[in-house]
Design a protein around this ligand. Structure first.
Ligand code: NAP
Length: 259
């Protein structure tokens, strides 16, 4: 398959859903730009994707939780002359525990990665896409976006932001030839649970979605310009019903899952 020379840029591509999305884009013939902090993992992935598929894979090592991290990423990509055709805002971390106990530094990183980074990158790359009259943005939210999440309060609220923000700019940018999609998976077995110290909660130790199926759903959805992509029938049902369920029941269920 011929390479798509307007690459897909994927943040958080060294592991988990981002890595699977990068492989999915490469398999479909897209050049890819892989972004995260662990250079060896990114280089190994880039080499294996270039070996397996007829594509070019670039690596950008960037800590996106640093102040101006997203701006620095944009500057690096611009200096390299890469015209990003698909922006995948995948990077994200979670914190778990009682809100007043969670270290504010970790929470600030979480807000930078989960809220500020997709916002800034969507604006910077989105402006270029609007100027070209074409482009695609895929923001990775979560089924956590559908309800408040006691004991993961900031994470659930961050993902609710990503869902709302994505739906809103999808409406704004449609007429400029730019589609915006938001992917809302349920729990997926990645490094995420361990990073968030949530491996022992009912949510962190319960049923998981398969990372490849989630990446397939994200890829297929973004390519057809689907706005809200919810992989799996159970989570589709949750998405459509949670708004009419009694709110105290929704909160208590989420509390039980996260505590
Ligand atoms: N796993 C789930 O259950 C689940 C469910 C729904 C939604 N999601 C969402 O899916 C997205 C990906 O999650 P995942 O499960 O794939 O997580 P993961 O396995 O922990 O991977 C996170 C990725 O982000 C990168 N990263 C972390 N901190 C970074 C930083 N400061 N700067 C740059 N890159 C950083 C990591 O690479 P380095 O360490 O190399 O930087 C890694 O590539 C997140 O937005 C998450 O909220 C996850």
């Amino acid at each position: 398959m011929p390479s798509d020379r307007e690459p897909a840029l994927i943040t958080g591509a060294s592991a988990g859903i981002g890595r699977a999305l990068a492989a999915r884009f490469a398999r479909a013939g897209h050049d890819v730009v892989l972004v995260a902090r662990r250079e060896e993992k990114l280089r190994a992935l880039a080499d294996s994707l270039e070996d397996r598929y007829d594509i070019a894979a670039s690596v950008v090592v960037q800590d996106l939780a640093e102040p101006r991290g997203p701006e620095q990423l944009y500057e690096t990509v611009t200096e390299r002359g890469l015209d990003v055709g698909v922006l995948v805002n995948n990077v994200g971390i979670a914190t778990q525990g009682t809100f007043t106990d969670i270290d504010p530094g970790r929470e600030r990183d979480q807000l930078r990665l989960d809220v500020e980074t997709p916002t800034v990158l969507s604006k910077l790359f989105g402006r270029e896409m609007v100027a070209r009259g074409r482009g695609k943005i895929l923001n990775v939210a979560s089924s956590a976006a559908f309800q408040p999440g006691p004991f993961m309060a900031v994470y659930y609220a961050s993902k609710a932001y990503v869902l709302s923000f994505s739906e809103a700019i999808a409406e704004e940018l449609r007429e400029d030839g730019v589609t915006v999609s938001v992917l809302c998976p349920g729990p997926v077995d990645t490094e995420f649970q361990e990073r968030a110290s949530m491996a022992d909660t009912p949510l962190g130790s319960g049923p998981m979605q398969d990372v490849e199926s989630v990446a397939d759903a994200g890829y297929e959805g973004v390519m057809v310009g689907e706005t809200v992509i919810v992989p799996g029938y159970g989570y589709k049902l949750l998405w459509h019903t949670v708004g009419v369920m009694p709110r105290p029941l929704v909160r208590k269920t989420a509390r039980w899952l996260n505590e």
